[in-house]
Write a protein that binds this ligand. Structure first.
Ligand code: NDP
Ligand SMILES: N[C@@H](C=O)C(=O)O
Length: 264
């Protein structure tokens, strides 16, 4: 694998994915762009080919559909030029849990978690074998905050963070870099697509600023990059608290406060 490997980006037809495509093309990487909207992908691809002289393939796929996921998995497994996966495609949802339908919840979970995990799983063995390459998973600060009221979306993004941290521990020793990126509210189409009114959101980041910051974390090989977190010691504090809690887990007996329960 050369240093300038091909980058496969899901959800590249708009927003964060489209800016990643632009930035990697600027860096001279060939690209494979994945999304449903073939016309938008082709127009972005044609501009990037002209402006940056890179090769850009498009792969039309609906990543909520098993056959389409398999198509992208096959490309990730078989195309040895692909050394970077940007697992970015995702959707949000408006309304509270009781207002959401089972079908809409399943669609969100399939795209935000199942497809993302399957695509990482398709490329990881080959990258581990090669001893190099990167997997970037786009999470969200919403995955840290059940208080924000986006319960299913947040749960899907908590999955992305956990998966990324676990994969980083498994794959980093094999030479594969895994990054979780946790944006906060960023100006893209995701809000309108989900029917969420952005007027209620006091501050939003520009999408170019977000991706440039995420790439700063990528270049530094950070396992977790949170562009809107200004005091990064807070992340260290959270991880230390988690480790301390784990240190307090003693599995041979229930905690004292629960022991009298069975006596009644
Ligand atoms: N914007 C924000 O405030 C934040 C966004 N994020 C995350 O960033 C990621 C990108 O979102 P963002 O750029 O904001 O939103 P956009 O809506 O602009 O982009 C989403 C991308 O995902 C693609 N996509 C949607 N559904 C499918 C599908 N079924 N199959 C394949 N591709 C699909 C869309 O393309 P197409 O319609 O052509 O298929 C589009 O390219 C998401 O994972 C999101 O959760 C995280 C935190 C904050
Ligand atoms: N995209 C947002 C939710 O809709 C977020 O993750 O902040």
């Amino acid at each position: 694998m050369t240093q300038l490997s091909t980058v496969l980006i899901t959800g590249a037809s708009s927003g964060i994915g489209a800016v990643y495509a632009e930035r990697f093309a600027q860096r001279g990487h060939d690209l494979v762009l994945v999304a449903r909207d073939g016309a938008r992908l082709e127009s972005l691809a044609s501009r990037l080919r002209t402006e940056h002289g890179v090769a850009v393939d498009i792969l039309r796929a609906d990543l909520t559909q098993a056959d389409d996921i398999r198509l992208v998995e096959a490309r990730l497994r078989d195309d040895a030029s692909i050394g970077v996966l940007i697992n970015n495609a995702g959707i949000a949802q408006s309304g509270s849990f009781v207002e959401q339908t089972g079908d809409a919840i399943e669609r969100l979970i399939t795209l935000n978690t199942t497809a993302l995990a399957r695509l990482a799983n398709a490329i990881a063995p080959r990258l581990a074998q090669a001893g190099e390459g990167s997997i970037v998973n786009i999470g969200s600060v919403v995955g840290l905050a059940p208080e924000l009221g986006m319960t299913v979306y947040g749960a899907s993004k908590a999955f992305v963070l956990f998966l990324s941290q676990g994969l980083s521990l498994e794959l980093n020793p094999k030479g594969v870099y895994v990054q979780a990126v946790l944006p906060a509210a960023t100006r893209t189409e995701i809000w309108e697509r989900a029917g969420i009114d952005t007027n209620a959101i006091p501050e939003m980041m520009d999408v170019n600023e977000l991706v440039d910051a995420a790439l700063g974390g990528f270049d530094k090989r950070e396992p977790v990059t949170i562009p809107p977190l200004h005091d990064d010691s807070a992340w260290g504090t959270l991880q230390a608290a988690r480790q301390a809690l784990l240190g307090g887990i003693k599995q041979s007996h229930a905690a004292e406060r629960y022991r009298s329960v069975g006596a009644h």
